[in-house]
Ligand binder design. Sequence first.
Ligand code: ADP
Length: 722
Amino acid sequence: MKGSSTSDLDVETQLVHLVQASSALLSRSDPGKALRTIFELAASFVTADAYAVWRMQAESRWVRVASLGLSDQYEKVAFSESAIGPLPEDIFSIEDLQSHPLVARRHEMYRAEGLRSMLTIPLLIHGERTGTLVFYYRSPHQFSAAEKTLAGALGHLAGAALSTAELCASQIEMRAAAEAAESRAAFLAKAGEALAASLDYETTLETVAELAVPDFADWCGVDLLLKNGEIKRLAVKHFNPAKIAFMRELIEKYPPGEADAGRIAISTGNSLLMSEITEGLITARARDAEHARLILELGLKSFIVVPLVAPGRVFGALTFATAESQRTYTAADLQLAEDLARRAATAIDNAQLHREVRDNEERLRLAIDAGKIGAWDWDVRNDHVEWSDRVYEMHGVAPGTFGGKVQDFSKLIHPDDLQMVESAIRNSLERGEPYDLEFRVIHHTGEVRWLTTSARVIYDEQGRPVRMLGATMDTTDRRRAEEVAEKQAEALARSNSELQQFAFAASHDLQEPLRMVRIFGQLLSRQYKGKLDSQADQFLEQIESGTERMANLIQDLLAYSQVLHGEPAVTLVDCNEVLAVVLQSCRASIEESGALIEAGPLPTIPAEKLQLVQLFQNLLSNAIKYRKLNEAPRIRIDARETPKEWLLCFADNGIGIAAEHQDRIFAVFARLGGNESGGTGLGLAICERIVKRREGRIWVESEPGVGSRFYVALPRSVSAPV
Ligand code: ADP
């Protein structure tokens, strides 16, 4: 009893010490550190050969989470509760492990480890008996009440300390997870904003890469898959520009190959997460020792590659890597990267759609402008030309065999037109000059075709040309028709001039023999009229009238051919003077017909005086000639000024002209009546020629039986006569 009271007193002192030490234990927020402190306290309060803390984990399996003084071999495999049965609820001791029935199945294990006695204290963790603190002895040990009391107290303390530490740890973990989730959400929100801000996907992707560094990665790279299958590195970001320069050099020296992670992601459409980039891995994957050395110098730690997937196709990849931050990517980071890539892909898809719509509108407009033929699209930066099927046809190239570079296009151009086309392209790109031209191409069959093309250049925000959109049409047929119309026009002009010369020469040369016929006809009639028979007299009359008609015809033909003859001599001509001359020369017929001729104020106009006299003469003499039988001719000449022309009007009260003949009468030899008027059918043709030579117009308005109005419109300005 005495011993026990001393022992009780000792226990009391010990308990006070334990309580004093407990604050150190309870302040542990790290379960690992808490376990170490538990063993330290256990060792100083209850002396044993070994200590262990066991925890019951999933499926009621017991696992040794920490121990002191036990060999590594001991109890490596977790055992289940079913194997040992439920633990006693309270502290229990086994003084002989080799014979105790409770641990019968584990005798062998204890023997191997050399354990003889054991004290087990259940630990109440988070209110449940899910742990034990065990004291092991390698020689038989009898447990005193004091030992049990102290061990029990230590067990309570250990349970509380573990609960607190685990709670703390889980809180820290949760807080970290919450913070990580928050920063991811913030990053995604920022990226989302950037993605929505621009419709230019290259800019957009660069912005995303910029955002990722350094929040999410130390390195970020963006690769784009071009239409021709090439992969273009769009951006490489790092917060330190010197590092970017280093990376550029590395890429230039060792361009990404087939085994490059970005390429694999693009070709398979799968993401890649490498949490730990080991030196061994780098050495194994590097092309050579120098390559490995350079990569190692970057100090890469962890990386993620995610493909950029638009509906149905992969168009690039985002690569994130860590180095300086020593951060290790986890599955959650991969998820974030994938989320980002999805958003980027959607944004880019939108941007492309937008661009396509815009381009289509532009193409459509150009196609309409150019006559709906073929469309082409030149990606200036990547020097890639896309042709519509029609354009292939026009260039005589089988679909799919066109190289797609401007150089390939140049090869198809006719050598004589190549320089013109190339300088037009240059002027359009560099100076924004309109690209509208006609040039020749040579088909592989040797056929030469004419093409007309029209294009617009699209520039980026910095004013650099990015694309040229154009429409082309085949104008060979039009061109040939023009050419035909041109040799024809020339031929016509030549034959006209020949005819002109012939008419002039013929009429001129005919005058002389005709004069002879007339003179001898007159001599015959003077000497023999009335002296031969009546038939001979009739023949003589016919010779006379025939020669007169012929003389008129020759005179008119000469006048007609002379209208276009010689250099035009345009001067300012007073129409009043012209009229006076004509009235004088027509005096006989005026008097004979009793014609009344009136004129309003007449202008002074630019004209060839003699031709104007002829015009007045012809119109006036017609007005007298085609008078009504029983009515004296009344003729009025007026002039009116319009902004561009002088308008002269010759009105008569003659027989008039039926509507269906009003156009015809201006043609050569067109006559409506019989021969009684003595006309040649050339008078109005001469008038029309005179007027047209001055780029004027002549027409008639008439009502049969009422009269006619001949209008002559002559330009007010002195332009070159035709
Ligand atoms: P020509 O008078 O020598 O027959 P023109 O060329 O001067 O030839 O006239 C062509 C025809 O137009 C004439 O034959 C006549 O039938 C008709 N014509 C011309 N002027 C008049 C007019 N003032 N009134 C009615 N008919 C006219």
